[in-house]
Design a protein around this ligand. Sequence first.
Ligand code: ADP
Length: 681
Amino acid sequence: MENNETNGAGNNPNQPGQPDHPNQNPNKKRRFNMMWIYAILFAVLIGLQFFGRDAATPQEEVDQGKLIEMLKKEEVGKIELINKEDAEIFLNQKGLAAHFPEVTPNPDGLTSTANYTYRIGSLERFEEMVENAQQEVAHPVYITNVRRNNWMSDILAWVLPFGLLIVFWIVMMRGMGRNMGGGAGSIFNIGKSRAQLYDKNTSVNVTFKDVAGLEEAKVEIMEVVDFLKNPEKYTKLGGKIPKGVLLVGPPGTGKTLLAKSVAGEANVPFFSLSGSDFVEMFVGVGASRVRDLFSNAKSKAPCIIFIDEIDAIGRARGKSAITGGNDERESTLNQLLTEMDGFGTNSGVIVLAATNRADILDKALLRAGRFDRQIYVELPDIVGRKEIFEVHMRGLKLGKDVDKDFLAKQTPGFSGADIANVCNEAALMAARKGKDEIDKQDFLDAVDRIIGGLEKKNKIITPEEKKVIAFHEAGHATTSWLLQYAHPLVKVTIVPRGNSLGAAWYLPEERQITTKEQMYHEMIATLGGRAAEQVVFGQISTGALSDLEKVTKQAFAMVTYYGLDEEIGNLSYYDSSGQQDYSLTKPYSEKTAETIDQRVSFIVEKAYKDAVAILTDHRDGLTQLATKLVEEEVIFGEDLEQIFGKRPWDNSEDEKLKNAALKAAENKSETPENENQPENA
Ligand code: ADP
């Protein structure tokens, strides 16, 4: 039983997309041909091996008995012992007449090739056998030793394994080179940078129009492009062009998209790569790649280098001294630092980087002169969300009832990537139901699905369990409805979803700061589920695991991070710089640790008691709600209003504020310059 808020943070189904690689596989065809050549070579080698062998032994084999008999009858003209392994038997005229009457012998009475072969086991026994067989013969034949080299198979026996090894090695190296994107794809290119270059010849079809909101970021970033194009404008007054711009923000907020659109808009060469592209299993490769990247870039200046996920190499140095650290990453970072500071300010290369972990970046990287500018890309607000919906609804067939304002209100905490996902998911759902257009319900279902996971209608739940789940969820709903600062409920369901058995959806206010009271009320609402089980059934269950985890973390944060506890006081043990390693040593004494434990436990217990008290007072309402939930499986805010009445403190100020913001945004987008923006097609 989970208590899900309409909070999409952490739901980032779209990993930051890599830039499109327009010229990704130029040597695909050549690779295909090379494979054929390898295959043919291999087949020829194998073929030669076999045919070589066969050519050496075409004659009929003879068995011991027949050989002895022929020897006794004096039919054998010559016995050649080849490499002490095989004996070749040449018949004389008498023998030929008896066994191969159609063959005419050479003048010496023999044929030029042997007539029979005989495989000998042991040399001595063969000699003995030949001697014994001819004891009573007047003109015995003697064995001649012949040494015959089968060059082909000898060479093959040596060369083939080596050849195979070499072929294998070449294939490996080519594969590796390809993985590293290193141009011609050989081991010699391992130190080359793997950056993708976008310039006049490669079209990037992302423009600023595809990036909704983020107005400030766009302005700032376009200024950077302007620096590159008209540097004199700035340098003539003595100003210096910035060297680096860092885009910082949670995942899925459009950092990569923004950078991609710069590539599309800027009309300067744009090198794009990811921080992990520097990393390789070989030592020294990272640094060499950084050098190569910058020397390439300098030859194309003015240009932009974009490094996505820069935290892969930019992590603070020397933090993990105990484990020996990661020297390779450090030397890569050092090289990057040197390169950024190394080139002259006017050399016309600007580094753009994106990360969602600015806190762990090395301080040296962030100092002025390297990444002088930091652009914060935040989770979109209600207006931003509406605009993102607009961008992603462009290609969709929408029903009349789809209301972007409403959807923007329903999706607080969603990132751009989440919203893109909602739009796509809604389209898929509508298609699955065989609809001609996507309507409002599809969007709402998509939102639910993204927050809560897929509905699992087939999960087997006993009626007893269902009742417990219903009361649990009704407990959340009731407490949150009755507490002033808890988030108002949108919907509760007891249909299992993802890995939770039931869920409650809330509409969090979009606040920038949270008061102690608000946090406390939220905790009570979170504990409302377990409290309801206690009040109604007199026993509690394991179903509250995620609720408990949540309140524990919240209480711990109240006490140790936000200074919201009177006994600990105005102290915060939070380390925003990420430089201190608190995993081994705590920044407080044992005694404080004890107090912290006590206070955390006190706060949670108090919240639980309050929840029990509220639910005991409103037991009738709770029961009504739970009963309804068992019957209908899904209930909405309106049902709660019927049972408990309107929330007295729900003044519509908030609502008015939001509507005003949306209205203002609407007016702005109706100005002529945006007129050609396609509306929902
Ligand atoms: P990150 O910030 O993690 O680099 P991305 O730029 O890769 O995020 O965003 C992932 C996807 O989310 C984009 O491809 C786009 O579809 C969508 N998206 C994110 N922000 C926006 C935005 N402001 N406008 C339009 N789409 C967005």
